[in-house]
Design a protein around this ligand. Sequence first.
Ligand SMILES: NC(=O)c1ccc[n+]([C@@H]2O[C@H](COP(=O)([O-])OP(=O)(O)OC[C@H]3O[C@@H](n4cnc5c(N)ncnc54)[C@H](OP(=O)(O)O)[C@@H]3O)[C@@H](O)[C@H]2O)c1
Length: 297
Amino acid sequence: MKKVLITGANGLLGQYLVKLLLEKNYVVIATGKGDQRLSQNESPLFTYYDIDVIEGFSLHEVLKHETPDVVVHAAAMTQIDDCELQPEQCERVNVQGTAQVLLDAEAFCKHFIYISTDFVFDGVKGNYNETDDCNPVSFYGFTKLQSESMVEMSEMPWTIVRTCLVYGNVVGGTRSNIVSWVKNSLTEGNKIKVVSDQVRTPTFVEDLACGIELIINKTAEGFYHLAGKDILTPYEMAIATAEHFGLNKDLIEKVDASVFTQPAKRPPKTGLDITKARTELGYEPMGFSEALNKLKI
Ligand SMILES: NC(=O)c1ccc[n+]([C@@H]2O[C@H](COP(=O)([O-])OP(=O)(O)OC[C@H]3O[C@@H](n4cnc5c(N)ncnc54)[C@H](OP(=O)(O)O)[C@@H]3O)[C@@H](O)[C@H]2O)c1
């Protein structure tokens, strides 16, 4: 079975990917910044290393020692407003960090998988496929696109996975996502403003992990869009979440993005076309309502 090293293993995607790969008997080398927050640490197939991707030396040593078949690079500074306010730190983690991980992967492993985002697009066209032109409107999106370009130029086998608005159970201290935020806010009786003039294809984290496993298993190379199958506005997601958990929908106020003064611009209409992943990988994600049934948050 393949040996897979994951960066950003403490994050939302990382937690689920580690779990899925262990269930499928892969050897998993999980890496994250600081102590591990994963619950699978009893498995004999599991090893964890504390690695900050911007401190190249320890990553180099671990890759040299472990020589994994595959590296999945999921670590990133992901909070879009923080990226806009701290561009130097964002550039260090998202671009220089990727350069370092890629360099070491080229030396010690056989397949590099980079996790990217729908925020590489400007959000004018919507329903983007893998060949559509990129034009990020935020610093975060810009750094992710810069990393994509580096990966594309690599001579080792590579895959760039773009995903969109990932949600799932909050486990091991992962930050909140659209579903957990709506559910927690309404449970506490708080009013929330949710935009209805943005469009996304929200992605259940278990589906994303399954799609990445298919890529690992088939050594599928090139660009793949892995997202949910429903095209929804955040407002529609919030209403569906309230209905599913039997919470008070009247606390949800429908607004335009213009009511928020956020540091980073959001692309209005993204959403990812998953036809290629469906056809070539057999990727078949759940609908938003179906995925809500699987959430315990
Ligand atoms: N979540 C989404 O909606 C979404 C959408 C599109 C694309 N993506 C991409 O998907 C990937 C996974 O994101 P996610 O949703 O799992 O986000 P996440 O929960 O924020 O996970 C990112 C992980 O990266 C780690 N990290 C940050 N700086 C690091 C560094 N210098 N060295 C090592 N690790 C570092 C974080 O560590 P700490 O936990 O210790 O902070 C965190 O565990 C990212 O590349 C992101 O750009 C996510």
